[in-house]
Design a protein around this ligand. Structure first.
Ligand code: AMP
Ligand code: MN
Ligand code: ZN
Length: 904
C-alpha cells in the first residue's frame, strides 16, 4: 500500500508555498484575517506532515499491518484522505477518480493540481504587483519581418470586410522591397495590466447570450430608443436590431457634401493642437468642441490578443484644426455622450475602412455613426490601384507614413509618445483626403454626384453593421482541417473537435483569444499526432501556451478519449472530405465571425502589385496602352512530332486523307441513341458468335476435359478473349490470319503513346518492334466474319495517345488463354452443379478486351480535339472508378466510329 508517500505528497508542495505566501502576506498590507488564515494553514500543514512521518515505516509497518485493527484503521484513513484530495482535484477540473488510480498516476494527478494552483497564485501575484507598481511599463520593442497574414481568428472579421480596408497590412511605402513581407514592430510592454479587470460592466463572453446594445440614450433620434430583439425559430433571442437603423434608413447626405470641395491642406501634426482625453471633464470639453466641427475624422485602435471579443483601446478624432485621442479604456462607460455628434446627420464623419471600427465602437462604447464617408469605399469607387490609407496619403499628400506600429499593444498605459504620434496620423489628414476624393468622384462623373452618392450609400450600409459575438458551430473544426488540406481520420477529427470545443470554452471563460489559448497550428498538431503522453501534447506546442500547461490534464483526457475511438474509414480522399464537409457545412452559422468563406484577406490584394502595361495619367487614372498590332500567325500549326518509335516513311497522301476523315468523324457529334442503333447489328452478330463459340467449346471440353485451371486467377479479369473467333478456327486459318496485314485496322502493337497521328497508316508500314512477336490478337483480320475483332481494337488504335505495350498484349493473350480454359471449366462445373454461371452476353465486347491496358483519357483527348463538349462532359462526368461505365461508353463510341468508316 503506497499510503505514506501519498499522504505526504499533498503536503509537500504546500510546505513550499508556505514561505512564499508568508512573504507576500508580510510585504502586503492585506487585511489581518488573510495573514492569520495563512499562518493557521501553515501550522496545520506542518502538523500533518509531522504526523505522517510518525507512522511506522519499513519492517515496523509490516508488523503493525498484521494487526487487523490497525490495517483497517489505516485503510479507512487513507480512503478518507484520498476522498479529500479528490475533492480538491475536482475544483481544478481534473477528471478521473484518484482512488481508482495506481500510485504513479495518483502522484501525477496531484502534481497536475499543484501546477494549476501555483500557476494561478503566480498570475494573481503578478497582477497584484502590476497593479501596485504604478511606474511606467518596460517597453519591449522588436522589429520583425513577417509574412502578411490575416487577422487572428478571434478578431471580428466579417465577410464584408474590405480586403485592403484599414489594414494597410502591406507596406505600401515606395522603396519597400517586398509587399508580402510586412515590417511589423512588436511594440508591447511587460506586465500590462488586463484592462478587463477594471471594466465597470464585466464582459459577457458567453455564447448563449447575444450581444445586446448598452445604449441608454438616443440623441438625434427620429424614432425613440428601443432595443428590439430578433428571435430564432425556437423563440430564443438571437440578436438585437440596430438602435439607429431607422435613422440610417432615412439618411440623405446633405447638399454641401455632394458638392465640389475646397481642399485645405492641414498643418503638420507638430503645429496642431492635440488633446489627450482620459477623464470625463476633458471628454465633455472635447464634445463641446466637436459639436462645432462640420467634419470629424475618426479612427479606432483595438486589441485582440489577451481578450476574447476584443477591446477598443483608443479612439482618435480630428477636426480641421485639432486632434483628439480618447483613452477608451478609462472612458469606456462615458464615451457614449459623443453620440451627440456621431449620430448627428449634419456632421460628417470620415473613416477609412470603417467596417470593424463601427462594430468596435458600438460593442465597447455604445457609439453609433450617422452620416459617414468611408475613404476606402471612395478609393474603390475610383478604381484606385491600392486602397490603403497609406496609399491615399502618398497619393494625395505625397506622405510616406509608417504603419509598422499598427499591431502595437494598444493597452499600454500611459501611452508612449511613439504610439500617440502614430495614432494621430491615422486621422490627421483624413478630412483633406475626403475632400480630394469627393472632387475626384465628381470629376469622374463630369460633375454628377452619382458615384459620390453611391459611396455615401455604401458607407451608410457600413454604419448599419451590428456587432455579433464570435460563434462556433458543431463543425467549425472541419473548416480548419479543410484549410490545412491535411486529411484526418475519425480519431484525429474527434480529438480536434474536442480540443476545439475546449479552446472555445476556455477562451470565453478566461477572456483570452483563441490564438492565446491555443493557436490553430498547435491544435492541429496535437489532433494529428494524438500523443499518448501528456508530454507529447506539450511537445506539439512551442512555446507552450500557459493555458495549455495549466489544463494539460483536460487536454490529455480529450486526446485519450479520441484514441479510444474505433478507427473507421479514413477520410483520405479529397472528394470524401469535401463531400462530407459540404454536407456538414449546411447547418453552420454563416453569420459567425469564424465563417469567412470569402475572406481573402490572407491573400495578397491582387490589384496591388501586378505589373501591368497600363500607365497613369495626371489624375492618377489608369490609361490604356496603345495596342501593339499582333500579326496573325502565318505559319500553319503543326502537331508535335514526338514519337517513341520513329516512323519509317513519311505519311502517304492516303494516310493523310484517312487521318483527315477520322478527324472529321471524331468531330461530328453523335447522340447516344444513334450510337446505340449503329452498334445494334454488330452486337447481335457478336451474340450469335458468342453462343456458337460457347457451344463449340463446350463440345470440345466434353470430348477432352480441360486442364486444371490456375487457382489464383481472378474472376474479374476473365476476359472473354476477343480472338476467340480466331481460336475456334482451325490452326491453319489462325496462322493465315496472323500473317495477313489489315488495310483497315493497324495493329495494336503499333499504337504509340505520342504518335502524331494516332490512327495513322491505312496501308503505311507498321513500326517494327523486333523483340515482340506479333500475337494473333494484335492482328486484325480482314474477313467479314471477324468484324467484331476489328471493331474492338480500333478505338484504342484510333485515338491512341497511349497504348499497351506489345509485351503487355502478349501477356494479355496468355492470360486470355488461361482465362478461357478457366471459364470453360467453370462452365462445366456449373453445368454439373446446375448453377448458372454468369457469363455476360451483351457485354461481351467490353470483356473481350482487357481494358486495364487502355488509357481512357485518350478518348477525352479525342473529344478535346473535336471540341465536343458533350463527349467531354460525359467522360468527365464518369467517376474514374466507374470503369464499367467507361467501358460501355467506349464501346458505343467506338462502334459508331467504325461503322461510319466502314460505310465510307
Ligand atoms: P487601423 O485602422 O489601421 O489603425 O487599425 C485598427 C486596428 O486594427 C489596429 O489597432 C489593430 O488592432 C487592428 N489591425 C490592423 N491591422 C491588423 C492586422 N494586419 N492584423 C491584426 N490586426 C490588425
Ligand atoms: Mn482604422
Ligand atoms: Zn488606426
Amino acid at each position: 500500500m503506497p499510503q505514506p508517500p501519498k499522504q505526504n505528497n499533498p503536503t509537500q508542495p504546500e510546505e513550499s508555498t508556505g514561505p512564499e505566501m508568508d512573504v507576500n502576506a508580510q510585504t502586503s498590507s492585506e487585511p489581518i484575517d488573510l495573514i492569520s488564515f495563512t499562518t493557521e494553514a501553515y501550522r496545520n500543514v506542518v502538523a500533518a506532515t509531522r504526523n505522517c512521518n510518525a507512522f511506522p515505516q519499513g519492517a515496523a509497518r509490516s508488523l503493525y499491518l498484521s494487526y487487523p485493527g490497525y490495517a483497517r484503521m489505516l485503510e479507512e484513513q487513507s480512503q478518507r484522505v484520498l476522498g479529500l484530495i479528490n475533492k480538491v482535484l475536482k475544483t481544478e477540473n481534473i477528471s478521473g477518480d484518484i482512488k481508482r488510480r495506481q500510485g504513479d498516476e495518483q502522484l501525477e494527478m496531484v502534481q497536475e493540481c499543484n501546477d494549476i494552483l501555483f500557476e494561478r497564485i503566480t498570475t494573481n501575484l503578478d497582477i497584484i504587483s502590476g497593479l501596485r507598481r504604478g511606474n511606467p511599463h518596460m517597453v519591449v520593442e522588436t522589429q520583425v519581418d513577417v509574412q502578411s497574414t490575416s487577422r487572428p481568428a478571434t478578431s471580428t472579421i466579417t465577410k464584408e470586410t474590405p480586403r485592403a480596408g484599414s489594414w494597410n497590412r502591406y507596406s505600401t511605402a515606395p522603396g519597400t522591397p517586398s509587399r508580402s513581407m510586412v515590417s511589423a514592430r512588436l511594440f508591447t510592454a511587460q506586465n500590462i495590466m488586463r484592462p478587463q479587470m477594471q471594466f465597470k460592466v464585466p464582459v459577457d463572453n458567453s455564447a448563449q447570450n447575444p450581444f445586446k446594445p448598452r445604449l441608454k440614450e438616443k440623441p438625434n433620434s427620429l424614432k425613440p430608443l428601443a432595443l428590439l430583439p430578433e428571435y430564432d425559430d425556437a423563440g430564443n433571442v438571437v440578436s438585437f436590431l440596430h438602435p439607429y437603423e431607422f435613422e440610417l434608413l432615412k439618411f440623405e447626405p446633405p447638399k454641401e457634401q455632394l458638392q465640389k470641395q475646397k481642399p485645405l491642406l492641414p498643418a503638420p501634426p507638430a503645429q496642431t493642437e492635440l488633446m489627450l482625453v482620459d477623464n470625463v471633464e476633458t471628454l465633455k470639453q472635447a464634445l463641446e468642441e466637436l459639436r462645432q466641427a462640420p467634419q470629424i475624422a475618426i479612427d479606432v485602435e483595438h486589441h485582440s490578443y489577451r481578450t476574447f471579443m476584443g477591446i477598443t483601446c483608443l479612439v482618435q478624432m480630428s477636426t480641421r484644426t485639432k486632434d483628439y485621442i480618447f483613452d477608451t479604456l478609462t472612458l469606456r462607460e462615458d464615451m457614449h455622450i459623443l453620440n451627440l455628434v456621431l449620430t448627428d446627420p449634419k456632421v460628417l464623419k470620415i473613416l477609412h475602412g470603417g467596417d470593424l471600427d463601427i462594430e468596435w465602437l458600438q460593442r465597447d462604447l455604445s457609439l453609433y455613426i450617422v452620416n459617414m464617408f468611408d475613404t476606402h469605399r471612395a478609393a474603390k469607387a475610383l478604381n484606385m490601384a491600392r486602397l490603403s490609407l497609406a496609399f491615399l496619403l502618398k497619393h494625395y499628400l505625397d506622405l510616406d507614413v509608417d504603419k509598422s506600429l499598427q499591431l502595437a499593444d494598444w493597452r499600454m498605459r500611459p501611452l508612449p509618445q511613439k504610439l500617440i504620434d502614430y495614432a494621430r496620423q491615422d486621422t490627421h489628414y483624413l478630412i483633406y483626403v475626403y475632400e480630394r476624393l469627393t472632387n475626384d468622384l465628381l470629376q469622374a462623373e463630369q460633375g454628377q454626384p452619382q458615384a459620390l452618392r453611391m459611396v455615401y450609400q455604401m458607407s451608410t450600409e457600413v454604419c448599419k453593421k451590428r456587432y455579433t459575438k464570435p460563434h462556433i458551430g458543431p463543425d467549425s473544426h472541419l473548416d480548419l482541417v479543410r484549410k490545412t488540406k491535411r486529411s484526418f481520420d475519425n480519431r484525429q477529427l474527434c480529438a480536434l473537435r474536442g480540443i476545439f470545443l475546449w479552446r472555445d470554452a476556455t477562451a470565453r471563460q478566461e477572456d483570452e483569444s483563441y490564438g492565446y489559448v491555443l493557436p490553430n497550428h498547435m491544435m492541429l498538431q496535437i489532433a494529428e499526432s494524438l500523443p499518448r503522453e501528456m508530454q507529447g501534447i506539450l511537445a506539439c506546442c512551442n512555446p507552450i501556451p500557459p493555458l495549455v500547461r495549466q489544463q494539460l490534464h483536460t487536454l490529455h483526457q480529450i486526446v485519450l478519449r479520441a484514441r479510444e475511438q474505433p478507427l473507421v474509414k479514413p477520410l483520405l480522399e479529397a472528394s470524401n472530405i469535401t463531400g462530407s464537409v459540404l454536407l456538414q457545412t449546411t447547418n453552420k452559422d454563416y453569420n459567425s465571425k469564424l465563417n469567412c468563406p470569402h475572406d481573402f484577406s490572407h491573400q495578397e490584394e491582387t490589384r496591388d502589385d501586378l505589373p501591368t502595361l497600363l500607365g497613369r495619367n495626371g489624375s492618377g487614372k489608369l490609361q490604356r496602352p496603345s495596342k501593339p498590332k499582333l500579326e496573325a500567325p502565318s505559319v500553319p500549326l503543326v502537331a508535335p512530332t514526338l514519337s517513341l518509335f520513329k516512323r519509317q516513311t513519311a505519311s502517304t497522301q492516303e494516310e493523310q486523307l484517312r487521318w483527315l476523315c477520322a478527324r472529321k468523324e471524331s468531330q461530328t457529334l453523335r447522340m447516344p441513341y444513334k450510337r446505340y442503333m449503329a452498334i445494334l447489328p454488330l452486337m447481335q452478330q457478336q451474340k450469335i458468335e458468342q453462343t456458337a463459340k460457347e457451344n463449340n467449346e463446350l463440345l470440345k471440353r466434353r470430348l477432352c476435359p480441360a486442364e486444371p485451371a490456375p487457382v489464383n486467377i481472378k474472376l474479374e479479369s476473365t476476359t472473354k478473349v476477343d480472338e476467340d473467333p480466331i481460336y475456334k478456327l482451325p490452326l491453319k486459318e489462325q496462322l493465315k490470319r496472323k500473317h495477313q496485314p489489315t488495310a483497315e485496322q493497324p495493329s495494336l502493337a503499333k499504337r504509340n503513346k505520342n504518335e502524331e497521328k494516332p490512327s495513322a497508316s491505312v496501308s503505311g508500314p507498321k513500326p517494327k518492334i523486333k523483340s515482340e512477336p506479333m500475337p494473333a490478337i494484335d492482328q486484325t483480320p480482314n474477313g467479314e466474319d471477324s468484324d467484331d475483332d476489328a471493331v474492338i481494337e480500333v478505338p484504342i488504335e484510333k485515338s491512341a495517345t497511349e497504348n499497351p505495350t506489345p509485351a503487355l498484349s502478349r501477356r494479355q493473350q496468355k492470360r486470355q488463354e488461361k482465362n478461357k480454359r478457366f471459364k470453360a471449366k467453370a462452365r462445366m462445373q456449373a453445368q454439373s452443379s446446375n448453377k448458372p454461371v454468369q457469363l455476360p452476353t451483351n457485354t461481351a465486347t467490353a470483356q473481350n478486351f482487357d481494358y486495364k491496358n487502355v488509357d481512357f483519357r485518350q478518348f477525352q483527348g479525342g473529344a478535346k480535339r473535336a471540341q465536343s463538349t458533350e463527349i467531354k462532359s460525359q467522360m468527365r462526368g464518369k467517376s474514374r472508378h466507374n470503369n464499367r461505365n467507361n467501358k460501355q461508353f467506349n464501346k458505343l463510341f467506338t462502334f459508331s466510329k467504325i461503322n461510319k468508316e466502314r460505310k465510307k
